[in-house]
Design a protein around this ligand. Structure first.
Ligand SMILES: Nc1ncnc2c1ncn2[C@@H]1O[C@H](COP(=O)(O)OP(=O)(O)O)[C@@H](O)[C@H]1O
Ligand SMILES: [Mg+2]
Length: 295
């Protein structure tokens, strides 16, 4: 029943680098994530800095050195959380000048609901991650962590989930003490429901939101690479895509809008154009916001 296969990727990797670079509008999240994971996975970084700038020691640095290796990516769907987590291994490996192994839990991390199953599967994920990473550096990505991390108080009726959450917290605490070079990236679209004990442990929380005007411009400029367009046309696209009640998500624009324009160009056997994109923006409805998600 603990049959569980983590998906493994090795970094640096060319394709992951390209995927990382393709993500626009979230430069701050990208930068903060790489920086934090570097500090979490390489204690030597902090030690060297303390030695240089605070040779007498620094209480704050000691505290920082003992924080939990847990980063939360939270926010609405289609904003690049999964894509970023899966690609970040490469810029991280480049910065650390080390190889980084990234392991993702399967989407059915909770299993089928048998007694003790969630707990066993979470333990198995950590055991497997540790053994695959060995003496190297690694990330364990727990995607769609919503179910797992939901407030324990809300789950009185679900003893299995509660047990699973307790195991997750325990495993994260073990990581902190073991100083194993393994950091956990937990992705959720329902941060408001996350368990307080779990949230408290996060050394960094990054919030993802649907693109504003500025970010939409970056998306369109990227989509229009290799296609002739004027600044005025891009302005128009940015304006057209300003759907007031429900904004477009990144994936609405990059996958659905661009996909519709592309299929049309193919169907009509004509070159891709700004007009096709404009038309697709007009005819595509933004995906609904997650009920209960504040972003
Ligand atoms: N910030 C972004 N920039 C460019 N493309 C994006 C961005 N966010 C999402 N996408 C596109 O949408 C797809 C789905 O995004 P995903 O990472 O699954 O979102 P989330 O995990 O936040 O729901 C990505 O694979 C990518 O093609
Ligand atoms: Mg996702």
């Amino acid at each position: 029943m603990t049959e569980l296969q983590l998906l493994e990727t090795k970094h640096p990797d060319k394709a992951a680098r390209a995927h990382f670079d393709e993500l626009v509008g979230i430069d701050s999240q990208k930068e903060q994530l790489v920086e934090e994971l570097h500090a979490l996975l390489d204690p030597g970084l902090v030690t060297a800095w303390v030695k240089k700038h605070h040779p007498g020691g620094l209480a704050l640095a000691d505290k920082m050195a003992h924080r939990s290796p847990l980063v939360l990516l939270e926010g609405d769907v289609g904003c690049g959380k999964t894509a970023l987590a899966c690609a970040v291994g490469t810029p991280l490996a480049e910065r650390m000048r080390e190889r980084v192994t990234v392991l993702e839990t399967p989407s059915n991390i909770r299993g089928t609901g048998l007694v003790g199953e969630v707990s066993a599967r979470i333990s198995a994920a950590f055991t497997q991650a540790k053994s695959r990473i060995g003496t190297g550096h690694g990330l364990l990505i727990i995607d769609e962590g919503d179910d797992l991390g939901t407030q324990r108080a809300q789950m009185q009726a679900h003893h299995e989930d509660r047990a699973g959450l307790n195991v997750l917290i325990k495993q994260i605490d073990l990581r902190q003490r073991a100083q194993t070079r393994l950091a956990v990236v937990l992705i959720t679209s329902r941060a408001d429901d996350l368990d307080a004990a779990l949230m408290r442990r996060a050394s960094l929380r990054l919030r993802f939101e649907r693109p504003d005007k500025h970010a939409r411009r970056q998306v369109f400029e990227r989509l229009l690479e290799g296609i002739s367009s004027t600044k005025r046309q891009v302005d128009e696209l940015v304006e057209l895509s300003d759907k007031r009640e429900t904004p477009f998500s990144y994936s609405d624009l990059v996958v659905r809008v661009a996909g519709a324009a592309f299929r049309r160009a193919l169907r009509e056997n004509r070159p891709m154009s700004v007009e096709f994109l404009m038309d697709a923006v007009r005819h595509t409805a933004p995906s609904p916001l997650l009920a209960g998600a504040s972003g």
